[in-house]
Write a protein that binds this ligand. Sequence first.
Ligand SMILES: [Zn+2]
Length: 79
Amino acid sequence: MLSCKQVATIASDYLDKSTPLKWQIRLHLLMCANCRRFVRHMKITRELSKQMVLNKTADDVDTIWNKVQQQIKQDSQSD
Ligand SMILES: [Zn+2]
């Protein structure tokens, strides 16, 4: 069983689907709400920044950060 710290360390590999520990992470996420939230927020952040790059608006860090925070706020309200 992975610890929360281990999950946090490899969460970005998990989102890249480049870790052999995928199933162990999924198992941990089933049982751990904290890590579930952490991975979800990391995913939102990554998706938004990817969109920003595609839209060539990545130069405005404040805009990106505001969107990330909005998204996370909405997300935690729906919890
Ligand atoms: Zn955890």
